[in-house]
Design a binder for this molecule. Sequence first.
Ligand code: ADP
Ligand code: MG
Length: 294
Amino acid sequence: MSRTVMVMDTVATIECYGDNAKEACDKAISEIQRIELLFSPWIETSEIYKINKTAHLSPVKTDPEVFKVLERCIEVSEITGGAFDITLKPLKDVWNMKSESPKVPSKEEIDEALSICGYENLVLKDGCVSFKKEGMALDLGGAVKGYAADRAAEVIKKAGVKNALIDIGGNVYALGESPKKREWKIGLQHPAKDRGEYFETIELSDKTCVTSGSYERYFEQDGKVYHHIMDPKTGYSADSGLVSVSVVGKSSFEADMASTAAFVMGQEKFLEVKDDFDIETFIAVDKTNNWKRY
Ligand code: ADP
Ligand code: MG
């Protein structure tokens, strides 16, 4: 049984095998949609939307599930020296990468946006969220697809299905074994080649693989590439020398944050903090398309 839906601004596909596959698929899709309704920065009833609207005025009492996710995101900001940061929405808005003809903002616009970014201006206390500065806003685009993949995997297991594949915009969670009765094989997209051309294949069972890359969402201006993973220190696209990072582990939430952080930090700096994440290995691809597994 397989289902595909548009969710979280991407495509999600769930495949389930064996008894109860249909029910498990439906439940997993509902779970991902439930998470979108909690975390979307655009849906007016979401927890994140509510926080973004009023957390500069007074502390916003927040759903405990969302609060827990935010707490871990802030820990990750601390671990990574701010390379991973969920408060970059003002910067993301200034770059407006999703517009039809994106262009590089002025230095003034970037500096102004950066002045209201920064996880240290986010206060989490007694289940409430507040902002130290007006104009601040959260964007969990670098973490929530992974979180949703974990939750979907839980729902599928609870429904009694052992073999399944979850893919939320490239955040993959593989449960059990594939229909070929062996570990799931996941291809890692070659950054410079056509879609479906892989530089490596990895095997997963009850594990996740999450990739962050600069080769999918980007635009070019004056011969320079600008992509959607931002370096909070500069306000420009991260430029650590990597074009893609894939992270493997048990937690897709951790792997999602780790892949974004590693992309921003580069492999050497990220190696220093890798053990503070609940992840197993990562594969980094540099600008010359050389890759290495750590
Ligand atoms: P994708 O969403 O394409 O799978 P990522 O998981 O790396 O890739 O997340 C990129 C998204 O995360 C961006 O679209 C943006 O919403 C957000 N983001 C960008 N830069 C950062 C950063 N330095 N820290 C945390 N989130 C970021
Ligand atoms: Mg990520």
